[in-house]
Design a protein. Structure first.
Length: 107
């Protein structure tokens, strides 16, 4: 789960000053999830999208009930190295335009 909108109240706004999330690898993950929430959740900032998210050998099945059709992605760029369960089709390809023109400090 990546959630740059997390806050304690129910009315969170899209953050413009977010931490740059990049080069994250999810590999060899097997387990179950509760059908009341998405098994994968990539909620990234509008102004500073997540980049280079990679999924490989991920198998998440519902503990009870039917499989969700698609995880949640918002401004999340990445790739699948292998097929995932559930299938992930919401990751965006390439590099966001906002990052091509701006310089970002890395630590």
């Amino acid at each position: 789960m990546i959630d740059q909108f997390y806050c304690l109240s129910k009315k969170c706004t899209n953050q413009t000053a977010a931490v740059f999330v990049s080069d994250i690898l999810y590999s060899g993950i097997k387990g179950t999830y509760d059908v009341r929430s998405p098994p994968m959740h990539f909620a990234c900032s509008d102004s500073l999208p997540c980049t280079n998210l990679t999924l490989s050998d991920v198998e998440l099945l519902p503990a009870v009930g039917y499989m969700m059709s698609d995880p949640y992605c918002w401004h999340a760029y990445g790739q699948l190295q292998t097929l995932t369960i559930p299938p992930v089709s919401c990751l965006l390809e390439g590099v966001p335009r906002s990052l091509l023109s701006d310089e970002i400090d890395h630590c």
